[in-house]
Design a protein around this ligand. Sequence first.
Ligand SMILES: Cc1cc2nc3c(=O)[nH]c(=O)nc-3n(C[C@H](O)[C@H](O)[C@H](O)COP(=O)(O)O)c2cc1C
Length: 196
Amino acid sequence: MKDVHTEDAGQFYYHVPWPVAVIAVRWEGKDNAMAAAWHAPISFDPPLYGVSISPKRHTYDLIDKAREFTANFLPLGAAEAIAAVGGSTGRELDKFAEFDLGRDHPLVVGSPILSAAYAAYECVLHDARTYGDHRWFVGRIVAVHYTSRLQAPDGTTDPQAAEPSLYLGAEMYATVAGMTKRHLDRKVYGARRKTG
Ligand SMILES: Cc1cc2nc3c(=O)[nH]c(=O)nc-3n(C[C@H](O)[C@H](O)[C@H](O)COP(=O)(O)O)c2cc1C
């Protein structure tokens, strides 16, 4: 039962665990990466994905110029890489070299795919709009990479196998291993009515 009710948004993002992405960009032959917890799928057709980036980030300038990026999803076991790229700026160092980040080849864009990722999207910049103190960069997904051995028979990612990194806020990370999986068919549940 919720017991706090307030009009103060405060640390509103602390109240939900967010899957965290590593956003990577190549510009003029150099690769950079940053952590992003504020991101989301947006559209099926065309396949669109958005990420919210502060103008303070080097990545902001790089996406503006390169007009592409990749979104990489890492397991909790590789979360140190998330904290490393989220705690340093590409204006001052080569994060791929300093943090020994492995690269896989992209299919379509020039920006790198992180080897440590269990899944990744390649995105071409589709749109960008400023909301408040961040800019919402929308990418059209032009290629997807995933690890088939982490998939359940229905094609979804098995969280207990993939151990996705979730960001809780306050430099805390978690995963969903050990959770109970539930299959709840939206058609069945959407058609359910209170009886009596
Ligand atoms: C877990 C985590 C999540 C983050 N989420 C975001 C985010 O969604 N948007 C953002 O602008 N910065 C976010 N950051 C901060 C950037 O990753 C950080 O400022 C990074 O140093 C920027 O690197 P750059 O200057 O090389 O682009 C996050 C940091 C961490 C550790």
